[in-house]
Design a protein around this ligand. Structure first.
Ligand code: GAP
Length: 547
């Protein structure tokens, strides 16, 4: 069962801003589309999440090493990996609304379906009707905000029909889909668009070179001009990595040799990736700048199926461990048509978002594709020699082979969104006067929670602030992220920390001075216990330790 209310987007986005989890990037300048800043609580949550991943992948395993590679890599990396040629989406423009969308994700129709263009309002319908009349010479019937009269004839053509007429007045080419927002079939040809962000490296005056080139080549065609300019730009072009994975293939030998790793072993990396996404959507679900947590696990050829199953299980249980609603996660195997060119099998770990099940992490069996491609392009042998094994081809002792790879590739920022959704809870509770009110509480796992303990002096006098501050400093010494908080009434402070996801609130009151005890309030149950100060640190450490 999902705990997400209907209008979750507004509620989560508003809570993220109100409590300092996530802000729109460059907000005071009107914001940058699809770019986000992780605020005081967001940065802690993101780091906690990524640190937990790192601990489980690297610190708790002898068979995985870490890597922190540069974001800008040699452009040949992207040629070898296929990203430069193939990291592109087929893009289409709607000729009526100007909407730009991905052809492979657009809705498809069945033969004989009526094609209804559904606009946002009557005014827009009038406008679209006029554009279609001017451009395609047909007058669609307007019914409120809908335009009617089109029908799919077969898988290549649609037509304009008058009422009760089975013969079309005019036919048009059907591209295989309609635009996602309006259902419009009047579309441009597909164009490829590279998703990698390009920049230039070094003190090269590319604009100067392009200007000279254009001046010298006044008489060549537009296509020739474009090819020439592209060559000039590519001379000093570099790209922001669209995935963290490639560095782990490129540094395979260095990592294996320096750490004397024996197959099966993995290399893990987490950090920023960049994709010039056409459709950025659902808050931080799909953005242009995001963070990934990826691991390449190198295995003996022929054992990839077993390791794929192993990693799917491992990763699923990791996500579920920190969730209140583990039932909202599921696996989905890719069918043949979905598989990336380098993969022989793949599972998605999906989460039940308010818009339906969608990807959180992909666990792919990437074969030996990447190591072989980088070996080919770089001329470096990226293989592994196992002297204990027999070469299956020669039957001789010792086997040199290119390892196969299992890749669990997770989105860290997408994971953060999942845990925000999983944690968001609205409860009806009674206030001090006995009236019903809604309590919003972020039931974040204590290990993920940005602030672990809030220390609240009941009043700002009588020596209570001093005791509270001393306690905060002692918690800091233990590496526990504590916060001193004396603003507003105690009730308001509890609510504030409920929304921040702070698992424990410690209240220092008059009795503290008398018998050296404090109350500890549990965020989820709201129960308060009085405990001796001397036991406090041990109790908190125990409650924060891994399950
Ligand atoms: N190395 C394989 C790879 O990058 P992917 O499925 O493209 O595979 C892995 O990306 C994960 O990264 C996804 O499951 C998703 O969680 C996250 N991700 C990909 N594109 C993203 C975007 N534009 N915004 C946020 N997260 C993204």
């Amino acid at each position: 069962m999902s705990n997400i209310p209907e209008n979750f987007k507004e509620k989560i986005i508003s809570l993220c801003k109100r409590r300092g989890f996530i802000f729109q990037s460059s907000e005071i300048y009107g914001g940058l589309k699809s770019a986000y800043d992780y605020g005081p609580l967001g940065v802690e949550l993101k780091r906690n999440l990524m640190n937990e991943w790192w601990k489980s992948m690297v610190h708790k395993r002898e068979d995985i090493t870490g890597l922190d590679a540069s974001i800008i890599m040699h452009p040949k990396v992207w040629e070898a990996s296929g990203h430069l040629a193939g990291f592109s989406d087929p893009l289409v423009d709607c000729l009526v609304s100007k909407e730009r969308f991905r052809a492979d994700k657009a809705p498809k129709l069945n033969v004989e379906d009526d094609i209804t263009i559904t606009c946002n309002d009557k005014g827009q319908a009038k406008n679209f009707q006029k554009i279609i009349e001017d451009r395609f010479d047909i007058l669609l019937k307007r019914e409120g905000k809908q335009l009617k009269g089109l029908k799919l004839i077969d898988d290549k053509n649609f037509g304009f029909f008058e009422i009760n007429n089975t013969k079309p007045i005019k036919t048009f080419e059907y591209k295989g889909y309609v635009s996602p927002t309006f259902g419009c079939p009047f579309l441009s040809e597909e164009r490829q668009f590279n998703l990698m962000f390009r920049s230039q490296i070094g003190p090269v005056d590319v604009l100067g070179e392009i200007t000279t080139y254009i001046k010298k080549n006044k008489n060549i065609s537009s296509d020739e001009l474009r090819i020439g300019i592209d060559k000039l730009v590519k001379k000093s072009a570099v790209y922001l990595r669209p995935e963290t994975a490639q560095a782990m293939f490129v540094q395979f030998l260095n990592c294996q040799q320096t750490m004397s790793m024996k197959i099966p072993f993995g290399i893990a990396q987490m950090g920023k990736s960049f994709r010039n996404e056409i459709t950025t959507e659902h808050f931080i679900f799909r953005s242009c700048e995001f963070e990934q947590m990826e691991m390449e696990f190198f295995v003996e050829p022929g054992t990839q199926e077993k390791w794929l199953d192993y990693w799917v299980e491992q990763r699923m249980s990791w996500w579920q461990k920190f969730a209140n609603h583990p039932e909202n996660f599921r696996y989905r195997a890719h069918d043949e048509s979905e598989l990336a060119h380098y993969a022989d099998a793949c599972y998605d770990i999906e989460y039940k978002y308010p818009w339906g099940y969608d990807e959180l992490e992909g666990v792919a069996s990437r074969t030996d594709y990447d190591l072989k491609k980088h070996a080919e392009q770089s001329g470096t042998k990226l293989s592994y020699y196992d002297q204990q094994k027999t070469d299956p081809e020669t039957g001789k002792n010792g086997w040199r082979y290119t390892p196969y790879v299992i890749e669990p590739a997770a989105g860290a920022t997408r994971g953060l969104l999942v845990y925000l959704m999983d944690a968001y809870t609205e409860e009806i509770v009674k206030d001090a006067k006995g009236n019903e009110t809604t309590r919003i509480v972020m039931k974040l796992h204590p290990r993920l929670a940005p602030i672990k303990v809030a220390v609240l002096p009941l009043v700002k006098k009588e020596g209570l602030p001093e005791i509270a501050r001393k306690l905060v400093n002692e918690l800091f010494e233990l590496g526990i992220n504590a916060r001193y908080d004396e603003q507003h009434s105690i009730g308001k402070r509890y609510r504030r920390h409920d929304e921040a996801g702070t698992p424990f609130c410690i209240t220092v009151d008059g009795q503290t001075k008398e018998d050296k005890s404090v109350t500890i309030r549990d965020r989820d149950t709201m129960k308060q216990e009085r405990i001796p100060l001397v036991n406090l640190k041990e109790i908190i450490q125990k409650r924060l330790s891994p399950a």
